[in-house]
Design a protein around this ligand. Structure first.
Ligand code: MLT
Length: 405
């Protein structure tokens, strides 16, 4: 008789965005005449850039000819893409990343969930709170988080580092020394960032404690302020303590085409000298057969001159929505954060309303979907996330409806 992995049974509820999708589907089924606007999950609405579409067409044609057909992709990803990444994302910022330190994948979500495989059960995990739920849930699925404390809505073996208006959303160094530290910057869900000196403090701390930082830079393309680092490797010493994840979903609209990558520097070693790069290469080669050739060619096109110009326009479009949301909500008297270097706006719920109550109010009275802050962790209670990834038209309409509440 088979046995199941009962870590799954300990998981509370369903995945945050699945819970929201179910609630919205139920509301729509009961109210088929309502026009519901989603500013909930951070999914893009602009079509892929023309340069990306051209590259896709070209690659599809290649796949139809014997001379240019491609089967399995190389383990780490095609060199043309890894070179474009190394040159454009790192060299331009003074960071030297070798091609065999870049692992192309189908996105930052799977990489951030899968990376737990190379770490032991005994690590102390620290997360900023609120936090992108994948980090904690993927550790919970592999039995690394202890017991779920229902009354506190958190896990016993996870160090939660509160990020609230009180500390300007910058986590303080924790009392209990962690082994693995998750940092997402620009942050999902709060849309806030750390300056380079603030991040350097974490890099120094991780090196001193022999901890590893898992750095999620999926929203890097939205950074507008000069003092916010685009990569953790801009900080001195980061190569000995940090793994960085990136995505093509948010900077180039690949949520439906799927592409991302993870950088694991060869200098990053465990206390017995084992290179994490080798472990991740082993895991990647065993459990993953590569992002499709046509999608990797599309990714390469993001770095072409036309691709860069076109994706910059898309980012400007979303950031215009972000500005609109920030300004309009502030005007209405809401306290808002984020939305300057990120496509997320994090607001305080009115009169201290519970996050899920505000979710229900918005859905039922304004037909607008957002994301309740408490879904991202205990410190998210009393906050609410809106995304700037909607169309400009829907964003304006949603704000008018919120105004008339
Ligand atoms: C979010 O809404 O937090 C993100 O879109 C989810 C994701 O990127 O997986």
């Amino acid at each position: 008789m088979f046995k199941i992995n009962d870590n799954y049974l300990k998981l509370p509820g369903s995945y945050l965005f699945s819970t929201i999708a179910k609630k919205v589907a139920a509301y729509k089924a009961a109210n088929p005449d309502k026009d519901v606007i989603s500013l909930g999950i951070g999914d893009v609405t602009q079509p892929l850039a023309p340069a990306v579409i051209d590259a896709l067409h070209k690659a599809v044609d290649e796949m139809g000819k014997a001379e240019t057909f491609h089967g399995y992709a190389p383990d780490l990803g095609y060199e043309f893409l890894r070179k474009a990444i190394a040159d454009n994302d790192y060299k331009t910022r003074g960071v030297d990343i070798a091609l065999d330190e870049i692992f192309v994948s189908d996105g930052a979500k799977s990489d951030s969930g899968n990376i737990v495989d190379i770490f032991s059960q005994d690590n102390v995990i620290a997360v900023t709170d609120p936090v992108y739920p994948v980090y904690v849930d993927s550790n919970a699925m592999s039995g690394k988080t202890g017991e779920y404390l229902t009354d506190k809505e958190c896990w016993s073996n996870v160090v939660y580092m509160p990020c609230t208006a009180e500390n300007n959303f910058v986590p303080e160094l924790p009392e209990k020394t962690p082994d693995i530290i998750y940092i997402c910057c620009p942050n999902n869900p709060t849309g806030t960032t750390m300056t380079k000196p603030e991040l350097q403090k974490w890099v120094d701390y991780a090196n001193e404690k022999k901890a590893v930082i898992i750095y999620d830079a999926a929203y890097e393309a939205y950074i507008s302020e000069a003092d916010v680092p685009h990569s953790i490797y801009e900080c001195d010493g980061a190569k000995t303590c940090a793994i960085e994840m990136r995505s093509f979903s948010k900077n180039a609209g690949f949520t439906g085409t799927r592409l991302g990558f993870t950088v694991v520097p060869k200098e990053l070693k465990s206390s017995d000298g084992t290179m994490l790069n080798s472990l991740w290469a082993r895991r990647h080669g065993t459990k993953f057969n590569g992002a499709p050739y046509i999608i990797q060619r599309a990714g390469e096109a993001v770095y072409s001159e036309a691709g860069k110009a076109q994706t910059r326009e898309q980012i400007a479009y979303y950031m215009n929505n972000a500005k609109e949301i920030r300004n309009t909500l502030s005007d209405m008297g809401y306290t808002v954060f984020g939305g300057v270097n990120a496509p997320y706006i994090w607001l305080q719920t009115p009169e201290g309303m519970k996050s899920w109550d505000f979710f229900d109010l918005l859905l039922e009275k304004a037909n607008v979907v957002g994301t309740p802050g408490s879904g991202f962790g205990p410190s998210g209670e009393g906050y609410f996330r809106l995304t700037a990834f909607g169309t400009a038209e829907n964003t304006k309409k949603a704000l008018e409806r919120i105004r008339s509440l």
